[in-house]
Design a binder for this molecule. Structure first.
Ligand code: NDP
Length: 426
């Protein structure tokens, strides 16, 4: 192919004369037609580059552009326990983080450890077993230990992590009892390390947006919340069905999301609970832990939250906040992705329903980057250990109510405020 002595129109402003294909290639390298449109490039690492705008207000805005820290400035995470959550969500999410990076792995399975280390580029000297866990102390690339073990092991590994001077991110439920939570908080406080509980929903955009709308009384005061988080289970040998490992059944595993998210949305603490518990007789899944818990929580403002959780039904994860003049609903509210926020209100003879479309963000990445931000800027995490302790106190009251068949008043008061500063929106 050749071009000979032709003039080619290039945009409205210029004309490019091309004589041969060879000359064209040389021209392309030195072309004056490749240039940078105006952009604001702030100095601060948290300030995004602002590119030249081209979309009209008719469409949803894009951006802001991400502000990732360079790899050498990111907070390094050691992920402990390479099970479903770590392999399927947390390790992939670390690749989407802006302030956090994977620095080490801990597993009881050498084969799995080697394979995962190869997949994510972790050197053999940054791979540990449960026996060599305490040697993480000497790994300068590890700032945070992320505990993703069965619930009954959280306490031991959080306390050992604090003793070797590392900050700790711990999966929910925080432990298997409020007494364990208190020991974990005390150990982290003594060691002067930060402790955060991994309540990912509190960092998820749709849930945060709904909370903001409730706080701003878009539809007047909230009156009732209906929330349910349920799924099905099939393996009675799994630790989730052993009381000593799990600390309970559907309630601490998935019902906890209803409990914690309702507190998060309302910004107040329940004063009374009333619960009903059930397990199908003879089902081997539920010889040690409950299949179903249904409970009510009464808040000081008068709001009642009706909550339910079940380990023996098709997956369903949603809630609806009923307010004086409208309702707000999230389908797939507690899922890893796919949240759908809908609102409804009366407008004359019509009911208007609206879908609030928000960009999906990896909630695990948002949660880890929040913790990293707290470490970089020395802040209390938004969901510290006290947040996990409060949920355990409430779950203990829920079990007591179900056992006694009557409402239980919440008498324990936390000595410290539960939340740290709000996560930075990006
Ligand atoms: P898995 O059973 O899939 O994985 C747990 C891992 O822990 C195992 O693979 C194993 O890792 C390690 N382990 C160490 N000792 C034991 C033991 N005695 N029995 C079983 N496993 C052991 O659990 P999940 O990943 O689903 O859950 C882990 C934690 O994360 C739990 O606390 C759970 O509540 C929480 N979670 C949170 C979710 C969220 O959305 N935030 C969702 C799902 C779970 P290895 O083989 O590498 O040693």
């Amino acid at each position: 192919m050749s071009f000979t002595g032709k003039s080619v129109a290039v945009g409205a402003a210029a004309t490019l004369t091309i004589s041969t294909f060879m000359e064209n290639s040389v021209l392309a390298q030195t072309s004056q037609h490749a240039f940078s449109p105006p952009a604001k490039v702030p100095q601060g690492s948290d300030d995004p580059i602002v590119l030249e705008a081209w979309k009209s207000d008719v469409d949803q805005k894009s951006g802001p552009t991400p502000t990732p820290l360079s790899p050498d400035r990111r907070i390094g995470y050691a992920v402990v326990g390479l099970g479903h959550l770590s392999l399927e969500e947390i390790l992939p999410a670390l690749s989407a983080c802006k302030k956090s990076k994977l620095a080490a792995l801990v597993s009881g399975s050498p084969e799995k450890l080697k394979k995962v280390a190869d997949q994510y580029g972790i050197k053999p000297e940054s791979c540990y077993s449960y026996a060599t866990y305490d040697q993480l102390k000497n790994n300068k690339e590890v700032d945070v230990i992320y505990i993703v073990l069965p619930n009954s092991l959280h306490k031991e590994y959080v306390i050992r992590g604090a003793k070797i001077g590392k900050h700790v991110l711990c999966e929910k439920p925080m432990a298997v009892s409020s007494a364990e939570c208190e020991q974990m908080i005390a150990a982290c406080s003594r060691a002067n390390v930060k402790l955060m509980i991994a309540y990912r929903i509190q960092y998820q955009p749709h849930n945060r947006k709904l909370r903001e709308m409730v706080k701003n009384r878009i539809f007047g005061a909230p009156k009732l919340i209906e929330s349910s988080n349920s799924q099905s289970s099939a393996n009675p040998a799994h630790w989730r069905h052993k009381l000593a490992f799990a600390g309970g059944g559907a309630l601490p595993d998935i019902g906890l999301y209803c409990l914690n998210t309702n507190r998060f949305i309302l910004g107040e603490e329940p004063v009374e609970v009333f619960a009903y518990q059930y397990s199908t007789p003879g089902n081997p899944l539920f010889t040690e832990v409950e299949e179903m818990m249904s409970w009510q929580m009464r808040f000081p403002s008068g709001v009642i939250a009706n909550c339910s959780t079940n380990y023996n039904v098709h997956e369903s994860r949603h809630y609806r906040v009923l307010c004086e003049k409208g309702w707000l609903n999230i389908d797939k509210a507690y899922a890893y992705k796919g949240q759908k926020l809908t609102t409804a209100r009366a407008d004359g003879m019509m009911e208007k329903q609206e879908d609030i479309g928000l960009a999906e963000k990896d909630q695990f990445a948002a949660e880890m980057d929040h913790f990293s931000d707290c470490i970089i800027h020395d802040k209390i995490p938004f969901t510290p250990g006290e947040e996990g302790l409060q949920d355990h106190l409430l779950m203990e009251a829920i079990y007591r109510s179900a056992k006694e068949g009557k409402p239980v008043k919440i008498t324990q008061k936390l000595s410290k405020p539960i939340h740290g500063p709000e996560p930075i929106a990006d």
